[in-house]
Write a protein that binds this ligand. Sequence first.
Ligand code: SDX
Length: 431
Amino acid sequence: MKLSENKATLSFSNGKPSVDFPVYSGSVGPDVIDIRKLYGETDMFTYDPGFLSTAACQSAITYIDGDKGELLYRGYPIDQLATKRDFMDICYLILNGDLPDAAQKIDFDAQVTNHTMVNEQLHFFMRGFRRDAHPMAVLTGLVGALSAFYHDSTDITNPRHRHISAIRLIAKMPTLVAMAYKYSKGQPFIYPQNSLSYTGNFLRMMFANPCEDYVVNPVVERALDRIFILHADHEQNASTSTVRLCGSSGTNPFAAIAAGVACLWGPAHGGANEACLNMLEHLQANGGIEKVGEFMEQVKDKNSGVRLMGFGHRVYKNYDPRAKLMQQTCKEVLKDLNLENDPLFKLAMEVERIALEDPYFVERKLYPNVDFYSGIVQRAIGIPTDLFTAIFSLARTVGWIAQWNEMLSDPEYKIGRPRQLYNGASFRDIK
Ligand code: SDX
């Protein structure tokens, strides 16, 4: 970051001396006011619940311009990455800072492929869950449990240990997600197949069975690979901030990622794709397109407690660029699977059309986000609704671990420890 010629001066109306703060600029985007000395010089904190105006760290991984609806991974725009490269290229890019050349790609793909199996002991962890356990409950448990298996790479100050942890997590998430799915179906786990692509291997572990050969559908493989790319990283969102804060204590990387999985599960965050599809299916079952207008009135009524899932975003105050790409993928997959007349997709398009015209949504800059169409694509592929957020976790693992690694690579990093505005009881003795 570069020291700006500009500076910020904080002055007080009560005569307290004013304080100057340095201003720093990044490569692009808003400058920051460095308030690290604020408490020491003023005995006051800033107050920013939800961190709407707070930069918690420096990062060079992902840049979002919410007003322009722009998303860059290491400077490359998401639409070019999602249409020109595959998810393994994106994992290499997000982890290492640039796209791999041919040799680097072969080496990286091989590293990931050779870590896709999980320790057989994890099968026993699965046996403890109910068959109808939510996949995110299972995944939170399994990812945390990985901490118990890799004692050979626990020195987080060692870049090689951090690298192998990243490879293991990226490689094993598809295996764990597929295991959670198979367990819920009462079907045997399918082992990874090293001759397949990362995404093809995941599809086979999900949908193959030991009784017959499984052929990966290239259209579905491409669509799912694109879904992984669109979900790979997203700046300092809630789950990434959770991973950073958890990791800042020096804990095990698998434990930190398990914390990210737990946070992503929430319906305001990664759980929105599942909630969005449930919303569309409920709408479809209760009058469909004819009832959309009535439903939208409910959404606009604050007392209804009904939110339009898949709409709105803390940062994007324009169309989420991922939603556009997801809608395009939706059309391609539905066409290739002869599902073009999918009533749910038509319903989603009608909901979007109304929302984009209705002043309630326009004034609040509520546009479709990444979760609005992703559920329809995943449902068309045959992925059950309750697995959508687990798929999101699979894709977001590379972003989480890259941000975790970036934090630990900064010699100045400290354990995160926010303060508070206390408004509870002041000192009192027990009578
Ligand atoms: C993800 O941070 C990330 O980058 C996350 C993510 C990632 O890749 O990591 O992009 C993934 O989490 C996408 C968001 C998925 N969540 C949903 O789709 C759930 C539905 N959306 C919301 O709950 C909401 O829009 C948030 C949580 C996403 C953003 O909320 P904000 O920015 O805190 O906005 P807000 O709650 O303060 O709402 C502002 C206004 C309010 O109305 P007023 O008080 O001004 O009258 O907009 C309204 C809200 O009531 N509003 C909605 C709405 N979202 C906001 N009204 C109806 N439906 C909605 N979806």
